[in-house]
Ligand binder design. Structure first.
Ligand code: ATP
Ligand code: MG
Length: 370
């Protein structure tokens, strides 16, 4: 997966222009608030996903100094994927996006999913280590959806069954006679739950060695990263459905008192430890950043093994808090994929051995001839 050219018009603060990145590493350098993240975000939209900053589509269209929005933002990208050169166009108007792929209009911008693939790291993703288990479950779920699209359907079946069981738990407080129907929902929940746990376990098993290897590389072989999927249902059991049914039954009174289901994959976690200690409680800023990076780059490797080519890697603001050797690893050791790294510090550019440097200033992007 390689971007050959990106053109933009009225996208956020970016002036009408284009940029032609190198096949390997691209550093996007500039002071604060110049448009670096905007540029990465515009690339990300071609994956068919929403803004990784959580912005609404209407916010992506250029707003003038008088506060009035332009009508339409346009993006066009020529890229090499699936063995051929392709062109995708995106238009954002009246708060919605429309897409054209190789001249053919798509049903929606999200139908671009799977055509151009990328993984993104943005500072908000540090919540993956810093925050609670929910963030880590979301990471696992969205990574699995990319490699196995049918997982999204399974997950929504599980969540629907969970919601229905929780509603029933609350209803039983007022209508005791409904207690008999709880078993049906336990059975349903445990069935979908087993499938969700199996998928997550399988994914973590694939991710673990790659993330460990990348983390060792980032830390110059000084530290090790361990991942494990931690379940509320007995992890030793081969028959997770039976094991989940047992736990649901053992905790029934507690669930009834809370009006919520206290066990199952919606309470599981992805444990992350550095040299044997919990990354969330004991990791330094640089270590936590390195863990998230290792997870994201490992996610890219797993995706590559499924789609047969490396996804583009978008790294927004990863350089801060990393020492020179860790920065050097990112700039020079990740071969065979196209990478975009934004940074404010012009010093980082000096570490780059091969690749292109772009300067972004007040929304204008130009290549820096070093
Ligand atoms: P930092 O180094 O601080 O992360 P950055 O170069 O990544 O900075 P961006 O997040 O890309 O900066 O934002 C650049 C500017 O774009 C901001 O000042 C922001 O106000 C502006 N901006 C965001 N959306 C719009 C829009 N719709 N229209 C015009 N300007 C916008
Ligand atoms: Mg930024």
């Amino acid at each position: 997966m390689r971007i050959i050219k990106l053109e933009f018009e009225k996208y956020r603060n970016l002036h009408t222009g284009s940029f032609c990145p190198a096949p390997g590493v691209n550093i996007i350098c500039g002071s604060n608030a110049q448009g670096k993240t905007n540029l990465l975000e515009s690339i990300w939209l071609f994956t068919g996903g929403h803004s990784f900053r959580g912005s609404r589509d209407a916010e992506l269209v250029r707003m003038e100094e008088n506060g009035l929005s332009q009508e339409t933002a346009s993006l066009s990208m020529t890229f090499f994927a699936a063995g051929r050169e392709q062109t995708a166009r995106l238009k954002i108007a009246a708060g919605r996006r429309s897409a054209l792929l190789n001249g053919i209009s798509k049903r929606s911008a999200s139908s671009l999913v799977g055509t151009f693939c990328a993984v993104v790291f943005s500072p908000e993703h540090l919540s993956l280590v810093k925050d609670g288990p929910r963030e880590r479950r979301l990471f696992l779920d969205s990574a699995i959806c990319q490699v196995r699209p049918s997982y999204a359907g399974l997950l929504s079946q599980y969540n629907r069954a969970l919601q229905q069981r929780n509603t029933l738990l609350k209803d039983i407080a007022r209508h005791r006679e409904l207690l008999d129907t709880l078993e049906i929902w336990d059975e349903r929940l445990a069935g979908f739950g087993e499938a969700v746990m199996d998928e997550r376990l399988r994914y973590v098993r694939t991710l673990r060695p790659t993330a460990g290897e990348i983390y060792q590389g980032i830390s110059q072989q000084r530290e090790t990263l361990e991942l494990s999927y931690s379940m509320t249902v007995s992890s030793g059991s081969e028959e997770k459905k039976r094991s989940m049914l047992e736990v649901l039954s053992a905790r029934r009174d507690m669930d009834l008192a809370m009006g919520a289901t206290s066990s199952g994959p919606h309470r599981d976690d992805l444990k992350l430890s550095i040299n044997g200690t919990d990354a969330r409680s004991f990791g330094s800023q640089g270590q936590q950043r390195s863990v998230v990076l290792a997870l994201k780059l490992a996610e890219a490797s797993v995706l590559e093994s499924v789609i047969g080519e490396p996804p583009a890697v978008l790294l927004d603001d990863v350089m801060s808090e990393l020492d020179v050797s860790r920065q050097g690893y990112l700039l020079n050791q990740l071969e065979g994929r196209q990478i975009f790294i934004t940074c404010c510090d012009p010093e980082a550019v000096r570490l780059l051995e091969k690749g292109k440097v772009f300067r972004v200033q007040e929304g204008a992007v130009r290549e820096d001839c070093r």
